[in-house]
Design a protein around this ligand. Structure first.
Ligand SMILES: Nc1ncnc2c1ncn2[C@@H]1O[C@H](COP(=O)(O)OP(=O)(O)OP(=O)(O)O)[C@@H](O)[C@H]1O
Length: 328
């Protein structure tokens, strides 16, 4: 069976650039799958999506949508895809509903069908009362939902969603997530680019992590998290009683089974006079079995424990492990 998206040894070199933006990238997305395309800034995600949606011309390798080669037959490829960009690109000279109708007629959908589709999609996106609204009068969340409706009007096989919840409030974010899940049940393939690891973990069947124009890994979020060395965690809330951070970190790191110790979110809470601090321990095996040794070590060193709780690593931990901590 052909894949919904197939990218093989893809290369893109922008003129005057010293390196390839996409540098031998390969991956497949199955029909009906929600695929998270992740990577640090400048990794090559937007360029890849640009090639797949025929807006950017590739320099090497191949990219197909439902078996159609985007370079050889861009017109047929375009009928199979839709993009919801991060920035609003709705037509401000048209009202909300007219934006959908115009897009449908561009894709050759007949008059009565496009009106019925516009009505249905406006309802589904929670915009039934916004038909006549001017684009400038829509909130960020409403404009985003209208762009999703517009993208769906020609029944694409593959929907590319670029940072779908940037700038949305929690309610709007949940609404968009629910609609993305609806698409899954309808068999629409979704390629989601996002920097929000929680969103990627929640929505994606599989994720691919790209860096420097190459695919580092592709798997389900669960499998990627499990494959991380030290994927169990223990969060410790402590009163260091005069010990500095390096000393406490050293004591805990020496316990067999503890792989590394970090301040959550990179905080440096142990510095200065803060009486309490939090540390996250990444451990091998079953984290529960280490609670005793950790408590004993802290007790032996007169470090007061306020709380020890079990957790597990996240997709963000996987992402950092694969792509490092350096700013791009
Ligand atoms: N039009 C362009 N001309 C020259 N270089 C470009 C152009 N567009 C992107 N690049 C470069 O290509 C590389 C990949 O960029 P791209 O925008 O595809 O990355 P990205 O993964 O989408 O990043 P972000 O997460 O920041 O959106 C970067 O080094 C970028 O500077």
């Amino acid at each position: 069976m052909t894949a919904a998206v197939e990218v093989a040894d893809l290369v893109k070199h922008y003129p005057k650039s010293t390196r390839n933006a996409v540098d031998g990238l390969s991956f497949r997305v199955r029909h009906g799958e929600i695929f998270g395309l992740l990577g640090p800034n400048g990794a090559g995600k937007t360029t890849t999506v640009g090639i797949l949606t025929t807006r950017i011309v590739l320099n090497g390798g191949s990219a197909t949508i439902g078996g159609v080669d985007v370079a050889r037959d861009p017109v047929a490829a375009r009928s199979k895809v839709a993009v919801v960009p991060q920035r609003v690109n709705l037509d401000r000279s048209l009202n909300a509903r007219q934006n959908l109708l115009f897009h449908a007629s561009y894709h050759g959908i007949g008059r009565s069908e496009r009106h019925a589709l516009a009505t249905r999609l406006m309802e589904r996106m929670g915009l039934a009362d916004k038909s006549k609204a001017r684009i400038d009068d829509l909130s960020g969340g409403q404009a985003q939902r209208l762009m999703i409706a517009r993208a769906l009007i020609h029944r694409p096989e593959v929907l590319f969603l670029d940072e779908p919840s940037t700038g949305l409030d929690p309610q709007a974010r949940l609404f968009v997530h629910d609609r993305v899940n609806d698409l899954r049940s309808e068999g629409v393939t979704v390629v989601l680019t996002t920097h929000d690891m929680e969103e990627a973990e929640k929505l994606s069947d599989r994720v691919g992590v790209v860096d420097h124009g190459r695919m580092l890994t592709v798997d389900t979020p669960t499998a990627l998290i499990r494959s991380l060395p030290g994927s169990g965690t223990i969060d410790a809330r402590l009163r260091p009683n005069g010990f500095d951070r390096d000393k406490v970190t050293g004591l805990l790191s020496d316990i067999p089974g503890v792989r590394r110790v970090e301040a959550p979110g990179g905080s440096t809470a142990l510095e200065g006079v803060s009486p309490e601090t939090e540390l996250r321990l990444y451990v091998d095996g079953e984290p529960g079995s280490l609670l005793g040794p950790i408590a004993a070590k802290l007790h032996d060193n007169d470090i007061t424990v306020s709380d020890l709780s079990l957790g597990s690593a996240s997709l963000e931990d996987v992402f950092i492990e694969l792509t490092g901590r350096d700013l791009r």
